[in-house]
Design a protein around this ligand. Sequence first.
Ligand SMILES: [Zn+2]
Length: 345
Amino acid sequence: MLNLIKELCALDGVSSAEDEVRRFILERVRPCADEVHVDAMGNVIVFKKGARATGKRLMLTAHMDEVGFIIKNITDDGYLKFAPVGGIDRRVILGKRVVIGKNKVPGIVGLKAYHLVSAKEEKVVPKVETMYLDIGAKDKASAEKLVAPGDLAAFVSDCVEFGDGMLKAKAIDDRVGCAVMLRLIEESLPMDCTFVFSVQEEVGTRGAFGAAFSVSPEIALVLEGTTAADLPGTPDHKKVTAPGKGPVIALMDNGTIYDRGLFELLRSLAERNQIPWQMKNYISGGNDSSAIQRSKSGVRVAALSAAVRYLHTPSSVAAVRDFEQMFQLTRKFIQAVAVLQVQGS
Ligand SMILES: [Zn+2]
């Protein structure tokens, strides 16, 4: 599982340019899936037949995309002005390495030289509009040979295991969900399942809208990476989640109140199988669940996530053991949905 996540985190897939991740996934799923197709937006939809027909329509999803930047224009002296794609905390981007466009042109997020910063400016985090990407071009004409407005830039970040079983990488959100689904697709499943590797989650769950309509599930399980804030100085009630304490079973976030019956099912499965689990103790964030839940005549949704510190930064940190536990709990969930009459909300 860890090696698969490392392979996935090494790929670039800023929202709307998920091609690398999609290619990797298509290659892995084709030998073991019953049907695979890519829809108009680029979602990869995989159908896998199970041991028996249950008549239930179960969909699992994880998003392929990650946050990044889009190039807006090139200055006369060859610097690139940009805008964020997805929710990026601008405190973390200065000085970071990026690669731009299909040719992966290397660049650095640069900013006004420190000796020019006024005492007032020093107290605030600079606005993105004042930043630029430096690709080392000598002028606009030279930069235009390498990049163009509309190109997307992805963070550069190595995957590193460190400390007490921790992993640092970019895009753990949500390559962890992709990895869990890839492993499930490679197994024999107890019931028919449709797996959606979605696009453009980070810019407003855009890919999942269309996928939910075409798959038309009754039950959906969203596999995610979610915010952790188990950091010094954070009051307990704002710590949200903590890596290493098991997968996070969602009850409510800014986009969704999750199906109570499915929440209870996940919770009891975790407890019965001695899989540690946790709940978010703070209402924040959102994911593809909000789009799926409101599609067609409504869908029962649940979400299971790995807790990730420094989400949406090049140095996201998660606990390796949570990945395997998330996989185990997801597998138990499919087994349970196959045989149980799941209690409604
Ligand atoms: Zn995510």
